[in-house]
Design a protein. Structure first.
Ligand code: ATP
Ligand code: MG
Length: 159
């Protein structure tokens, strides 16, 4: 149940290494020293990370860059970000981006494939953890998705 966060992020990058190499996308992992281990449902968070990284690859052009990072907030909550240098999302779509089946611009989405469920599933799982997930994006610059997981259990547990 104790997950080494840096290891977890390295492993996501590894799972997608072939896909990234095909598009000459570089992955960078950066974890703050204070992070160490976290209490989380590894299967669910892996699924969230897979959804976010698959989006980052899908919506980033050849030669781009993806950054996986983690840090602790003031309240010890764990913040994890997946940042890409991709095509971004227009402002008008941002409010619906976590809705089920919502996809930006049908034409651009159709050629990429997908159903528009990845982000909504990610949000459900983060919610189930008592966490939050947010997305920031700028067209032609890139997108950053950040989820925050409270680490309250750790204090109550004191094994
Ligand atoms: P699925 O995940 O079900 O295969 P999808 O990737 O289209 O399909 P979501 O992951 O829910 O669905 O994302 C919804 C929409 O948000 C996408 O269609 C895409 O237009 C936009 N989007 C998501 N992530 C990014 C990103 N990193 N950069 C640019 N656009 C994104
Ligand atoms: Mg997706």
């Amino acid at each position: 149940r104790d997950t080494d966060v840096e290891e977890m992020l390295e492993e996501v990058a590894d799972r997608f290494s072939v896909q990234m190499r095909k598009k000459a996308i570089r992955a960078v992992v950066g974890v703050d020293k204070r992070v160490g281990k976290a209490i989380l449902d590894r299967d669910q968070i892996d699924q969230v990370l897979d959804n976010l990284v698959s989006n980052a690859i899908k919506y980033t052009l050849e030669g781009g860059r993806i950054e996986l990072s983690a840090r602790l907030q003031d309240n010890d909550a764990l913040a994890v970000s997946v940042k890409d240098s991709g095509i971004g999302i227009p402002k008008r779509d941002l409010s619906r981006i976590f809705d089920r089946f919502y996809r930006v611009d049908k034409a651009r989405s159709r050629e990429m494939g997908g159903t528009g469920l990845g982000l909504s599933i990610a949000r459900e799982m983060i919610k189930a953890h008592g966490g939050t997930i947010t997305l920031e994006s700028e067209p032609d610059v890139g997108t950053t998705v950040t989820f925050i997981l409270p680490q309250l259990q750790e204090k109550g547990e004191q094994s």
